[in-house]
Design a protein around this ligand. Structure first.
Ligand SMILES: NC(=O)c1ccc[n+]([C@@H]2O[C@H](COP(=O)([O-])OP(=O)(O)OC[C@H]3O[C@@H](n4cnc5c(N)ncnc54)[C@H](O)[C@@H]3O)[C@@H](O)[C@H]2O)c1
Length: 250
């Protein structure tokens, strides 16, 4: 649904990079049937592998000229495989941003700027005791977006870096979460907490993605929860800090 919207409303071509070739090929087949031959392409890409990810950009440039939007979407909610979760959810997002700077940055040869949308989560703000690893990786995505979306980078690259923070969305990531956490009870707690939050279908995140591509401000975060988009602005820490003691000399 996300890709359908993107193709119908915005882009000439979409290149999907992923590790599940069969799923990717099926998606491409459907999309090209609907939107026209060669509009969508699939490439094998493990986002934790720098060569794969670099290749995604170089091939895109070779075939289509110029990439202008990157959706850093790959992610896993599987604290049982916590090291891999850290790699995919954090290293993958960092790699994507660095490569976007390298191939899309206005300060690079042939670069024209563009947009990077990092997929964080409402768990980039809230706590979820049952899936601490996933939880912390999504906080990291918020931090990456704040730092790499800052004016310091934007004025050089002309790339807006924003994050989309979906609430509970009906995908395999959520439906399979219970059995994939570090311990059995942790999975139950994760499922319990997620089941209490507003639910939405995947199309809502597709529409939010389009909104962010068009209107998103660099270094800012957009929550899509219960099919509504919210601009999330975490307050500066000084506004919620209470002085407990002072260690100044005088
Ligand atoms: N579903 C939700 O409620 C929800 C909420 C907030 C955020 N998110 C985020 O949305 C994103 C998409 O998740 P989804 O809900 O569509 O789940 P999903 O499991 O359907 O999709 C995750 C995708 O990431 C891919 N992936 C995993 N490891 C990869 C790797 N090393 N290289 C390349 N691709 C890899 C998987 O093959 C899969 O296609 C994730 O980043 C997730 O954290 C989802």
């Amino acid at each position: 649904m996300q890709i359908k919207l993107i193709l119908s409303l915005l882009m000439q071509h979409v290149i999907i990079g992923g590790i599940n070739r069969q799923e990717g090929q099926d998606a491409i087949h459907k999309l090209n049937g609907k939107f026209g031959k060669d509009r969508a392409h699939f490439m094998d890409c493990d986002v934790t592998n720098e060569c794969d990810f670099d290749n995604l950009f170089t091939e895109t440039r070779r075939i289509f000229g110029y990439p202008d939007i990157l959706f850093n979407n790959a992610g896993m909610l599987e604290d049982k495989k916590w090291s891999q979760t850290v790699d995919v959810n954090i290293k993958g997002v960092l790699l994507g941003c660095f490569l976007a700077f390298k191939y899309m940055g206005k300060d690079q040869e042939g670069g024209k700027g563009g947009v990077v949308v990092n997929n964080a989560s409402i768990l980039g703000f809230d706590a979820c005791a049952g899936c601490p690893v996933y939880n912390c990786t999504k906080h990291a995505v918020i931090g990456i977006t704040k730092a790499l979306g800052a004016e310091f980078h934007y004025k050089r690259t002309c790339i807006r870096v924003c994050s989309i923070c979906p609430g509970v969305t009906n995908t395999e990531l959520v439906t399979g979460a219970k059995g994939r956490q570090y311990m059995g009870e942790w999975g139950e707690e994760t499922a319990r907490q997620l089941s209490q939050l507003p639910q939405q279908e995947i199309g809502a995140t597709g529409q939010a993605f389009m909104y962010i591509v068009r209107h998103g401000i660099s270094a800012e975060h957009y929550i899509i929860e219960g099919s509504e988009v919210f601009h999330a602005k975490p307050p500066p820490r000084q506004t919620f800090s209470t002085l407990k003691r002072s260690f100044k000399k005088d």
